[in-house]
Design a protein around this ligand. Structure first.
Ligand code: SF4
Ligand code: SF4
Length: 376
C-alpha cells in the first residue's frame, strides 16, 4: 500500500475518541499515544512527513494487538488494521523486529519445534515459560491423521493453525474426529504452513507472502468446498489476505452453526463442572469476523450452567504482543481475570487457540476449547 493510501485511511478519522473504550491497550495504559486515535494521528504525521520514524514511534506502532476493537467501534469506518499493518511494514520491513519477537515468531510457527524438540522443553523450565505462555508439549501422532485423496472432492480442508499443530496436537485430532463423526469428509494435507498473519501483522510482509504461496500451492493440489479454521486469526488471514475464490472460509463455531446447527452438545460437560462456566470471545471473532451468536447458539443449550459474558475483554495474548509488551499484556490479562472472578465462574471455554493457550497457561481455572462442548 502506498503511503498516500495510509494517509487516505487516516484522514477519515474525525478525532471523536469513540474507539478509546474499545481498545484493550488504552483501557490499561490510559495515555493518548497508546490509544487508537493516537496511533491514527501518528500514522498521519508519519505519512505527511511531520514525523520521522524513530524508536519511540516505532514502539508505539507495535503497542497494539491488532485486535480490531477500534475498527469495529469506529463510526467513520477507519480501516485501522489495514493501516497499522501497512504502517508496520513501512517502519519495520522485517529487519528491525527485535530478536526475542523473531524467536517467538519462529517458535509459534513451529519451524524450530519440528527440528529441535528439546528447545521448547528447555525454555519451559525457565522464566520464559510464562513470558511465552509455553505449554507442556503433547504427543498426538498427527502423522496418522494427515492426508487426503487429490482425486476425491472433500467437504472440508482442516487448517488447525500453528498453536494446535505444535502445542496442542490432540485438539487437532479431536476436531478432525468431531467433523468426521458429523459425516463430513475431512482433508488434512501434508505441507500446511503457518497462515502468516503473525508475520504480516508484525510488518514482515515478505515472509507472509512466502507462507501464503506455500499454503495456496497445497490448496491447489486438492478439491474441497470449505476451509475450517479453528482459529479466528487464521480465518481472518484467509478471508482478507489470501486469494481463494470459490472457497468458503469458516471458523469452527461458524462452520458448526451454518452446516450442523443440530450437533448434540455433551450434557456431561456442564454437569461435570463444579459450577457455571463462561465463554471468552476471541477478539478477531468478535471484531473482525463479527461472530458472536454462532458459539452461543450451542452454549445456551447448557442452560444455567452457562453464564454469558458480553464484556468482550481481551486476554492480552495478541500473538507475540505478549512478548513485546509483557507489562501491558499482564495488565490486560488481569482485567480479564477480574471480570471472570466477578462472574463467579468455575471454567472458561474459548474458540481461539491463542486465547486458549494464554488462559490455560495463566488462569487458575480450567480452560476448554469450543470443540470440547460436543459429544465425542
Ligand atoms: S487494534 Fe486493538 S489494541 Fe490496537 S489500537 Fe485498535 S483496539 Fe487498540
Ligand atoms: S473512532 Fe474512528 S474516527 Fe473516532 S477517533 Fe477513533 S479512529 Fe478516529
Amino acid at each position: 500500500m502506498a503511503i498516500t493510501k495510509i494517509a487516505e485511511i487516516a484522514k477519515l478519522c474525525a478525532d471523536c475518541g469513540t474507539c478509546q473504550s474499545a481498545c484493550p491497550v488504552y483501557q490499561v495504559e490510559l495515555t493518548e499515544p497508546n490509544s487508537p486515535r493516537g496511533k491514527v494521528n501518528l500514522a498521519k504525521a508519519l505519512a505527511d512527513g511531520r514525523l520521522e520514524p524513530n524508536a519511540r514511534n516505532r514502539s508505539l506502532l507495535y503497542q497494539c494487538l491488532v485486535c480490531g476493537g477500534c475498527e469495529h467501534a469506529c463510526p467513520q469506518g477507519v480501516e485501522f488494521t489495514r493501516m497499522m499493518i501497512e504502517q508496520r511494514n513501512r517502519a519495520a520491513g522485517g529487519r528491525s523486529i527485535p530478536w526475542l519477537k523473531k524467536a517467538a515468531l519462529f517458535l509459534y510457527q513451529g519451524f524450530i519445534l519440528r527440528r529441535v524438540l528439546w528447545l521448547p522443553r528447555l525454555l519451559a523450565r525457565t522464566p520464559l515459560k510464562r513470558k511465552l505462555s509455553l505449554p507442556a508439549l503433547e504427543r498426538a501422532g498427527l502423522k496418522k491423521i494427515r492426508g487426503g485423496d487429490p482425486e476425491k472432492e472433500h467437504d472440508v480442508l482442516l487448517f488447525p493453525g500453528c498453536v494446535f499443530t505444535y502445542f496442542y496436537p490432540r485438539k487437532t485430532v479431536e476436531i478432525k474426529a468431531l467433523l468426521e463423526g458429523l459425516g463430513f469428509s475431512v482433508l488434512y494435507p501434508e505441507g500446511l504452513q503457518c497462515c502468516g498473519f503473525p508475520y504480516l501483522s508484525q510488518g514482515w510482509g515478505e515472509k507472509f507472502a512466502k507462507l501464503k504461496e506455500k499454503n495456496e500451492a497445497v490448496f491447489r493440489r486438492f478439491r474441497f468446498r470449505q476451509i475450517v479454521v479453528p482459529c479466528s486469526t487464521g480465518a481472518l488471514a484467509f478471508k482478507k489476505y489470501y486469494d481463494l475464490p470459490g472457497i468458503e472460509i469458516l471458523t469452527l463455531n461458524e462452520f458448526l452453526f451454518k452446516k450442523a446447527a443440530d450437533t448434540a452438545i455433551d450434557a456431561e460437560f456442564g454437569a461435570g463442572l463444579p459450577g457455571p462456566f463462561t465463554y471468552h470471545d476471541p477478539c478477531h471473532d468478535l471484531h473482525s469476523l463479527r461472530l458472536q451468536q454462532e458459539a452461543r447458539h450451542f452454549l445456551e443449550r447448557f442452560g444455567e450452567r452457562f453464564r454469558n459474558d458480553d464484556s468482550g475483554l481481551c486476554c492480552g495474548f495478541g500473538g507475540i504482543f505478549k512478548v513485546g509488551f509483557p507489562s501491558t499484556s499482564r495488565k490486560i490479562l488481569a482485567k480479564r481475570t477480574s471480570r471472570l472472578n466477578e462472574l463467579g465462574v468455575t471454567a472458561v471455554v474459548t474458540s481461539c487457540p491463542g486465547c486458549y493457550m494464554q488462559l490455560k497457561e495463566n488462569l487458575d481455572l480450567p480452560v476448554y476449547f469450543f470443540s470440547d462442548l460436543f459429544e465425542k
